[in-house]
Design a protein around this ligand. Structure first.
Ligand SMILES: Cc1ncc(COP(=O)(O)O)c(C=O)c1O
Length: 339
């Protein structure tokens, strides 16, 4: 395979096959592996008319020991089931979800990047409502697909500080809206703010929609800040009904506690940024993107953290990557070894 793995970005690369199954008359079909990556559906399908869709993102890693690990696949399956229920879609059973991921891997294993290239095999599970409806309402028929693609690092600069800007003019998700689910509408709603930030070479921080006081999400990632009070190191991350419960953040919270840190999930007022020694954005794509500075244009303030990753972020980043790449024991049973 003639791919320069090291220069892959976070872009779609077409692989051999995808996996799909359909839900009709109250039952899921058996998964089908196919080279056809397109879908024919009625233009009145509920996913097209009303945005009835959910998706996921997870990765397979070629380890230091040559084995292949998929990270926390069941957690992604459970989260997609919650997204499905939130949007009145038929949930994909966890067992079926995992079987489709494993099939997608088995039929595209040549696309798994080698160890130490910084690239991984990403899986994009997608669930859409396909029943044609002009009256506003949910579908009765659904398509579930898993689209694999080798990907490189989310940020080309790799593990290095990234600048962010706070946007108070756009709400990503309402407090009792759909922010806690991984559904397409949240992302479409954030494009305006993220594109404006990108035009300035920045990424976007969203605040809570109600009070505009607390940090909610960092683009498509969760936020964390590190406090140091004497010897005590605290990992602080938002508690909010409008952010996605990140599986990476959940893993980092577990590792932080094991490394002797205090872990707090609570509201984080923007001004508390002055009290963090380092902070970062975390998610499957980048694991951790250290935050170099946060610009608050409405208050003419800039919070500086430096371009170099801080020691705690580095420690957490290495601890999680060591598990994903099989360099340390997976004591939590987070990885499914598939080869
Ligand atoms: C809005 C949003 N927040 C957070 C995350 C991070 O979640 P995870 O760690 O499960 O990838 C993602 C990515 O999936 C996301 O899209």
């Amino acid at each position: 395979m003639n791919i320069d793995w090291k220069s892959l970005g976070f872009h779609y690369t077409e692989t051999d096959t995808i996996v799909r199954c359909e839900y009709h008359n109250g039952a899921w079909s058996e998964p089908v592996v196919t080279t056809d990556k397109t879908v024919q559906m009625h233009l009145s399908a509920t996913c097209l008319q009303y945005g009835q869709q959910a998706f996921e993102g997870l990765k397979a890693f070629r380890g230091a020991d040559g084995r292949v690990r998929i990270f926390r696949m069941e957690e992604n399956a459970r989260r997609m089931a919650r997204s499905a229920e939130a949007l009145c879609m038929a949930p994909v059973p966890v067992e079926l979800f995992c079987r489709c991921i494993l099939l997608a891997y088995e039929h595209n294993r040549d696309w798994l990047p080698p160890y130490e290239t910084g690239a991984t095999l990403y899986f994009r599970p997608l669930l859409i409502g396909i029943t044609p409806r002009l009256g506003v309402g949910p579908a009765r028929d659904f398509l579930f697909a898993v689209i694999p693609s080798p990907i490189g690092p989310y940020y080309p600069v790799g593990f290095h500080g990234t600048p962010f800007i706070i946007n108070r003019n756009v709400d990503r998700a309402a407090p009792l809206g759909t922010g806690q689910w991984k559904v397409g509408g949240n992302y479409a709603a954030s494009f305006r703010a993220t594109e404006a930030a990108h035009r300035q070479g920045l990424s976007c921080i969203f605040l809570d929609a109600k009070e505009k006081r607390y940090i909610d999400e960092c683009g498509a990632a969760n936020f964390f800040g590190i406090r140091r009070d004497g010897d005590l190191v605290t990992y602080v991350t938002p508690h909010s009904s409008s952010i996605l419960p990140s599986i990476t953040n959940n893993s980092l919270m577990t590792l932080a506690a094991e490394l002797g840190m205090r872990v707090e999930r609570r509201h984080i007022p923007v001004e508390e940024l002055t009290e963090f020694t380092e902070c970062g954005a975390c998610g499957t794509a980048a694991v951790i993107s250290p935050i170099s500075r946060v610009i608050d244009p409405d208050n003419a303030r800039i919070y500086e953290f430096g371009d170099q990753p801080g020691p705690v972020s580095t420690q957490l980043y290495n601890a999680l990557l060591d598990i994903q790449y099989g360099r340390t024991a997976d004591t939590h049973g987070w990885c499914r070894v598939v080869e």
